[in-house]
Design a protein around this ligand. Sequence first.
Ligand code: SAM
Length: 400
Amino acid sequence: MADFTYMGTKKALAKRVADVCDFGTNGPLLELFSGLSAVGRATNASRPLWCNDVQKFSNLYCDVLFATQGGFSDVSENWDTFSHYYFDHFRALYQAFGTYAERERELWVTPNHGEIAEWESETFPQLQSTGKTLDRQTTYHLFTSTYALGYWGVAQAIQADSIRWALDKMVTEKLAGESSYKLALLALCRSVSNASNSTGHFAQYLTPSAKNLERVWQKRRVCVFDAFRDAIEQIRPTGDEAWRATNRIFSGDAISLASEWPFATLTPEVVYADPPYTDDQYSRYYHVLETVVLYDYPEVSGKGRYRPGRFVSDFSLASRVESAFEKMIKGVADLECSIVISYPGNGLLPNSREVIPELLATYFRKVLKPMSIAHQHSTMGASKGPHKHEVSEWVFVAQS
Ligand SMILES: C[S@@+](CC[C@H](N)C(=O)[O-])C[C@H]1O[C@@H](n2cnc3c(N)ncnc32)[C@H](O)[C@@H]1O
């Protein structure tokens, strides 16, 4: 099964940047914008790793990989009970939504893209209305009434809701501990991502058309339950438990975290910052995964079915990016630790190659000469041209 795709993950650079961060006395390395923490993973547990991101999905990912304590296999070890809860709930949900799942199956036997697209857009409001008649406490139906006939088919969404319900039931019955629950929730994120009918992220789903019909069908055939089963066997924490006990997960705005540091004596030794570098807001691309984690029945809107109150990052706003850099750099300097920043030469901050060293020199004692690494960047989607292109990634280092 494919791993998560994540915009901005500079996997190819990770080892080199991790080597740049490898200085000092092996005190904690804080990733301020951790995403899927490519650099954190590349440090190979050589020092405590602290991860921050404003996205809950990133927090969950880093928590499972880097901070798991105790057993994490309760769901696999109690698979029969889990399956029993799952199928019980699946049957209940099928009573409410089964006619839609059956019609969906019929339509895909000899698919006609126009007919399917029309049926999907007419039927989605009916899924929403059916959802309103159900009790959220006893019948989990968020995925079915919010994302079906968009990112997933009806049957896939029923599977996803039933997995979520069975997991929560395992916790209330004290059959799954916290670490097992988190790992299973991450496995659910992975299985629904794999089934998602979109271009690798959740900005928008594909509406069936003559051009993409085969691709949509390929996604609609993914069995979310089987994918979940594979994922809970494949996802494993990294490093050993003693190292993981030294790691921490923070969940918030990087600027606020650095400038309102929550501890009096405990500080990182090196901060690594890999902020967004385009005007694409990450929250627009990962909103569905936020909802998988929060399961809070958002009132979605727009073609992409976005959750309300999505985070807007100053690093992705042309009018604010420079002051965001300055506030972050000042906040980190006040912590009296060192900083490593990676940023592409063509990022949203104009003249970053000159501006970042100037800002660093204002707040730090020693600024090293910037290093350049040739690298392929991903862009957020086909509308902006090729998915990958060559750029120079600049790595800036300053010491307090
Ligand atoms: C370029 S990506 C980082 C990718 C990461 N290095 C990796 O390996 O996956 C930027 C990340 O910053 C997060 N982000 C954006 N603005 C933020 C802010 N103001 N505070 C904290 N996180 C933020 C986004 O959610 C995204 O995960």
